[in-house]
Design a protein around this ligand. Structure first.
Ligand SMILES: [Zn+2]
Length: 328
């Protein structure tokens, strides 16, 4: 990665030129950096999915924003015209993109963004918090609330305490009125999970978390498991869910493949539910709660954009709790 000069983007008719103030890192940045079979990028490539800033200019077709407006970017990028986008389900778009993944992203001073990808920020809402919230809160909200149909009074088990999606998921599950178990491997991260509302903490470095959930739930299992790890954990997650329970996944931090014993799926009436990103309505709903202070993005550290390498090194080491933010 290099910090260098790049041509200024020219906004198309329906695009807004945003002067980025803050950009948050996500795991996808590392995946893009490492590359994967089938990923073809025009180099040099600009990373970054999350960003917030000030409108610097608008294309002639833009009606709802003008220079000086404070905005946050919805990185979940639909074409706007296919059957799914017309229904507001941009995350199902046939021509779906994520900023910074297959197209240039937010780690820059100026980015051109389609008008429909922007949400206005309240007057004094901080740019770094908006950037830190956008991707992970919509991901967790859509998974738990829309796909997972979480209901008050349910028990939710969340695997992992430190990542951005999990810190969002803990708060959303509490907001929904659930009892929240968190499995972690680090006392400090578990304590921070507790500060976000987690009710029951399980340290997997000290005890068998599958057995512990079984005991704590009086051999019933939990209603919902949030497992974004995958390979190493999915079979235990399946068994930690009650009969008829749901297992939600929005990622595979331990690799893309795992094996399941199907008896524990069909025989126990369990559902394994995948999702990624969110609908437009879910993005607006969850960001409204963030703006109102009901949900709080957790910021681990901030770095100037010039120190992007140090920021990535911190993410690679996995020591962070919550989001790493770049100030531009
Ligand atoms: Zn579409």
């Amino acid at each position: 990665m290099e910090y260098t000069d790049s041509p200024e983007p020219e906004p198309d008719a329906d695009e807004v030129l945003v002067y980025i103030k803050a950009a948050a890192l996500n795991r996808v940045d590392k995946w893009v950096r490492d590359g994967w079979p089938g990923l073809k990028l025009d180099l040099p490539h600009i990373l970054g999915s999350d960003g917030a800033g000030v409108v610097a200019g608008v294309g002639p077709g833009v009606a709802t924003f003008q220079p000086g407006d404070r905005v946050v970017i919805n990185t979940n990028f639909g074409c706007g015209t296919c059957e799914f986008c017309v229904a507001g389900q941009d995350n199902l778009c046939a021509n779906w993109h994520l900023f910074g993944e297959t197209i240039n992203g937010t780690n820059a001073e100026l980015v051109a963004v389609p008008e429909r990808q922007l949400l206005r920020l309240p007057a004094d809402f901080p740019f770094d918090q908006a950037a830190a919230a956008a991707l992970v809160f919509q991901t967790a909200w859509h998974s738990l609330i829309t796909r997972g149909q979480l209901r008050a009074g349910e028990t939710v088990l969340i695997l992992g305490a430190g990542g951005g999606v999990n810190t969002a998921a803990i708060q959303i599950a509490k907001f929904a009125g659930c009892l929240v178990y968190v499995v972690g491997s680090d006392e400090k991260k578990l304590a921070l999970a507790q500060s976000l509302g987690a009710d029951v903490l399980i340290d997997r470095s000290k005890e068998d978390w599958g057995k512990k959930v079984y005991q704590l739930s009086h051999k019933r299992g939990v209603d919902v498991v949030v497992d974004n790890v995958g390979a190493a954990t999915m079979m235990t997650s399946l068994r930690a869910a009650r009969k008829g329970g749901r297992i939600l996944t929005v990622g595979n931090t331990a690799g893309p493949k795992f094996e399941l014993d199907n008896r524990y799926l069909f025989g126990k009436h369990r559902s394994l539910i995948g999702s990624t990103m969110s609908t437009r309505a879910d993005f607006a709903a969850v960001m409204g709660l963030v703006f109102a202070g009901k949900l709080r993005p957790v910021i681990d550290t901030t770095f100037p954009l010039t120190d992007v390498r140090a920021a990535h090194a911190r993410m690679d080491n996995g020591e962070h709790f919550g989001k790493i933010v770049l100030h531009v």
